[in-house]
Ligand binder design. Structure first.
Ligand code: 2DE
Ligand code: MG
Ligand code: MG
Ligand code: MG
Ligand code: MG
Length: 325
């Protein structure tokens, strides 16, 4: 992916990580195998493995083969959650391409996600030096699921709070960023205290990342972000910009939102306009900036090293959190 081009050594390790993922995929069932392979090669930014590889540069144990295997494991977990997410969200487009569920159907999509979860744990069990990483990984999966379920349980709720929203995205999205950063540092031989700081940086990056993702639903069109926009609203997922707008003026939004899944395109357009007018986007951008600043301040306090990891982390984090797609 072009964002890694300025960093040849990470770029090379990410290519090797992808190759390792590809090599570990072997199924008799060619539909599921092809679905998994297509998804892996669909041009994702590889953010989680990249953060994991970068944080693994801090420790004394520089086993790069292990670092790349663990990075592959994280990306496989991430890919599994996306395939399953697109089933739950009825999404037809991801990264500008048809989703697994729309190309291959729900059955293949469920199995493709299942298989990637299996691969994730196989790699982790084979390469991680400690039970700790396996424990953390399973706990993270539990938190990802809790975030998703929290979101599902808040569907169509007009009195959802920012706190609940933050709790849900901390699980469904930020947890995986936190895990990547923690495991990167920890498996390179850093102590838990340091790894925990790295994990917290990942959590803040992940929260900002999801807030921005939710803002893009209100500022970009589907072509620009390569996935459906405003579907969330129709499905009752009221993300931060809409939550802020609801706090400002529930009555203005109610006539549209109360139609629930029967909202027309005009209704969602009207909600879109109101969210902007009621400063929902602006306020969400401000909260994303707070989390970005927290992450950048903590990155700034990381130790210096030969690879200048700290500078790379800072540059790419700024880039990612200023993204428009
Ligand atoms: C993406 O959220 C969230 C991903 C987490 C999905 C987790 C699932 C539980 P979005 P976009 C489905 C499965 C859990 C496991 C396997 C541990 O807001 O806009 O839907 O990219 O993101 O579709
Ligand atoms: Mg989705
Ligand atoms: Mg979803
Ligand atoms: Mg989204
Ligand atoms: Mg969504």
């Amino acid at each position: 992916h072009p964002i890694w081009k300025p960093y040849p050594s990470i770029s090379k390790e990410l290519t090797n990580t992808l190759n390792l993922m590809e090599k570990s995929i072997n199924l008799k069932n060619k539909s599921v195998e092809q679905a998994v392979l297509e998804m892996i090669h669909s041009g994702g930014k590889l953010l989680r493995p990249a953060y994991q590889l970068l944080f693994s540069q801090f420790g004394p144990e520089q086993d790069r083969k292990k670092a790349m295997a663990l990075a592959a494991s994280i990306e496989m977990l991430h890919t599994a959650t996306l395939i399953h997410d697109d089933i739950v969200d009825d999404a037809d487009l991801r990264r500008g391409l048809p989703t697994v569920r729309s190309s291959f159907g729900n059955d293949v999509a469920v199995y493709a996600g299942d298989y990637l979860l299996v691969c994730c744990f196989k790699l982790l069990a084979d390469y991680s030096g400690s039970l700790k990483s396996l424990q953390l990984n399973s706990r993270s999966m539990e938190k990802i699921l809790s975030g998703e379920l929290g979101q599902m349980d808040s569907r169509y709720k007009l009195d959802g709070t920012v706190e609940q929203y933050l709790e849900n995205i901390s699980g469904k999205t930020a947890e995986l960023f936190g895990l990547s950063c923690f495991i990167g540092a920890y498996e390179s031989g850093m102590n838990q205290r340091f790894a925990k700081k790295c994990g917290d940086i990942g959590l803040n990056i992940g929260i900002a990342f999801q807030i921005i993702d939710d803002i893009l639903d209100y500022t970009q069109d589907s072509q620009e972000i390569g996935k459906p926009v405003l579907e969330d609203v129709r499905q009752g997922i009221y993300s931060l910009p809409l939550l802020y707008a609801l706090q400002e003026n529930t009555a203005a939004l109610l006539p549209y939102l109360e139609k629930r899944e029967n909202m027309t395109d005009e209704d969602t357009q009207k909600v879109f306009t109101l969210v902007h007018e009621l400063h929902g986007v602006e306020k969400a951008q401000a909260l994303a900036s707070d989390y970005t600043s927290k992450a950048l301040t903590a990155i700034d306090k990381l130790p210096e090293n030969e690879q200048q990891t700290k500078n790379i982390l800072s540059t790419i984090t700024k880039k990612i959190l200023n993204r428009t797609n």
